[in-house]
Design a protein around this ligand. Structure first.
Ligand SMILES: [Zn+2]
Length: 552
């Protein structure tokens, strides 16, 4: 039934050709295909940051941006803009196997790294960790949200202590409440939990893993946390990272609560209310001892630019990450290269072609920046660095349109964005897409927190309106059945695997059409006085409003 309504609607709209659709330049699918083919070829070795493949990637993308007619928009070097922004990254690793233990009523129980606990290599600047019998305090969901009149900490002193916290936000389980119901707000994301732990002065934090609210199993936790860690080099790393950042298995947590005379499920229920107060796990403490190997490596964002004709200080940003996973363990066929064709040679090609289209058109009133960021796969780090050290002020950055893993197949009747959010930029995108006969399909799993897992988020959390465009799955040719089959195939055989390789039968016609929509959106922003904003109840609105005076 739903499908029928969707396609009838699409038909009705596509017969009414509107101004935006007519004025949009066309994009060449062959160019897109060629660029994706080159960037994802074995010669580019999976585009690992700070490897020889980085130099190769930068040389190629810069040459394409130049040929497309863009100007360099990166670091100021001797008064001139370079094509890149240097991104210093901190690389940290736990040396050997960490010694971890829990003491309950004087009895020590050792914890196996990767088994019941996953401790991340520290990113607060520590070169070694020696935590001896630190008290444990359960802090509910670990949320401090003044705009929602919510504070799980209630003034508790966490210095020298380890906070124990639930994943997701307080209304995930009930589905109704002040945190977007089932959808995840930023307060539900583990990155927020650790940042808040640092702000609260905690020595460390243990996030209790539960599959449903985390949206992934323990294997994902293990595989993405007990590895080499990266962060941007920060002026004050301890302001956002406690010394110890770890996850623990739910079973261990339930046992810890039980042995402290507490009921895990009952306390979780309490944590879903404003009345919750932190609870000390009496008679229990946590110890950890290990050395840390850390060094600084340098990667680069690639930055092309078109200067605005009337308001050059106001900036519209298109972004996409160029990096992928590089070279790793061989698969069954002996292939060691993670080519990253869809993820994210497609976004990089899109950026180049959008640049070409803007360079051909009359100069926009506002400046347009084409930001090809590094180290997305290591935790959104290139975009985080740009947003922490912006080349152009964030207060007068109108909006960020991010592209990650676009669909190289034919056109769809729909599109989506990563995660759920309410903001003017999305309203504009929905209106523009409509003129091309495309409808918006919201993220079917907003509780997974996809909004916080793509490069636009580095901007969003600093208040800049930002979204990641996602290709649709209701194909003009084959409908949802064909679109979903392709999605499933990608997830099973290609996503973050050696099989994410360019294919000769990819038409790229869907991407070419999607880029028309994204061009219209950016062009309208670049040729207007509009400042799209977050909805009133968004957790990012207050941050944006702080700089409102700079947008008059
Ligand atoms: Zn990606």
């Amino acid at each position: 039934m739903k499908r029928l309504i969707l396609s009838t609607l699409a038909l009705a709209i596509s017969t009414a050709v509107t101004a935006a659709a007519v004025n949009a330049p066309t994009f060449d699918p062959h160019r897109l295909s060629d660029e994706v083919k080159t960037l994802s070829s074995d010669a580019f070795e999976g585009r690992g940051p700070a490897t020889p493949a980085e130099t190769k990637t930068i040389d190629y993308v810069v040459a394409q941006m130049k040929a497309a007619g863009l100007q360099p928009g990166g670091d100021l070097v001797n008064g001139k803009r370079a094509w890149t922004q240097a991104v210093p990254l901190l690389r940290t690793e736990i040396v050997g196997t960490p010694t971890l233990s829990l003491s309950i009523d004087g009895k020590s129980q050792s914890l196996a790294q990767g088994n019941e606990i996953a401790v991340r290599a520290p990113m607060d600047g520590s070169t070694s960790v020696a935590i001896a019998n630190a008290p444990l305090v359960f802090v509910g969901y670990g949320v401090s949200a003044p705009e929602r009149h919510w504070d799980d900490f209630k003034g508790v002193d966490l210095h020298g202590k380890i906070a124990v916290v639930l994943i997701n936000d307080p209304d995930f389980e009930t589905g109704v409440g002040d945190f977007g119901g089932k959808a995840m707000t930023y307060y539900g994301r583990w990155t927020y939990k650790y940042e808040e732990a640092a702000r609260q002065g905690a020595l460390g934090m243990l996030v209790i893993h539960e599959t449903a609210p985390a949206s992934y199993g323990w294997n994902t936790v293990k595989n993405s946390n007990i590895i080499t860690m990266f962060d941007i080099v920060r002026d004050k790393p301890a302001a956002v990272h406690p010394q110890l950042e770890a996850w623990i298995q739910r079973d261990l947590a339930v046992d810890m609560f039980k042995r402290a005379g507490l009921d895990f499920e009952a306390l979780k229920k309490q944590a879903q209310t404003r009345a919750f107060k932190p609870v000390t796990l009496k008679g229990e403490s946590f110890s950890a001892s290990f050395k840390v190997d850390s060094k600084v490596i340098t990667s680069h964002n690639i930055v092309g630019r078109i200067d605005g004709s009337k308001k050059p200080d106001q900036t519209v940003i298109y972004s996409a990450h160029w990096d992928h996973l590089g070279v790793g363990q061989p698969d069954a066929k002996g292939d060691r290269i993670y080519n990253g064709a869809v993820d994210n040679a497609t976004g990089t090609a899109a950026l180049i072609e959008l640049g070409r289209a803007f360079a051909k058109a009359p100069r926009p009133e506002r400046s347009v920046v084409f930001l090809n960021v590094t180290a997305e796969e290591k935790g959104l780090l290139g975009s985080e660095y740009y947003a922490a050290k912006p080349l152009y002020p964030l207060a007068t950055t109108v909006g960020v349109i991010n592209m990650d893993a676009l669909d190289p197949h034919g056109p769809s009747r729909n599109f989506t964005i990563s995660g759920s959010a309410k903001l003017g930029l999305l309203d504009d995108l929905i209106a523009d897409a409509k003129t091309f006969g495309m409808v918006y399909s919201p993220d079917p799993k907003p509780e997974a927190g996809h909004f916080f897992r793509s490069d636009h988020f580095s901007f969003a959390k600093r208040g800049v309106p930002a979204i990641s465009f996602g290709s649709g799955n209701d194909w003009v040719d084959g409908g949802l059945a064909a679109g979903k089959a392709a999605e499933d195939d990608y997830t099973a055989k290609r996503y973050h695997q050696q099989g994410d390789e360019w294919q000769a039968d990819w038409p790229f016609t869907g991407m070419a059409r999607d880029l028309q929509v994204l061009y219209v959106l950016g062009s309208q922003l670049a040729n207007s006085d509009e400042w799209p904003d977050w909805s009133k109840d968004s957790e990012f609105r207050a941050t944006r409003d702080k700089t409102a005076a700079e947008r008059k």
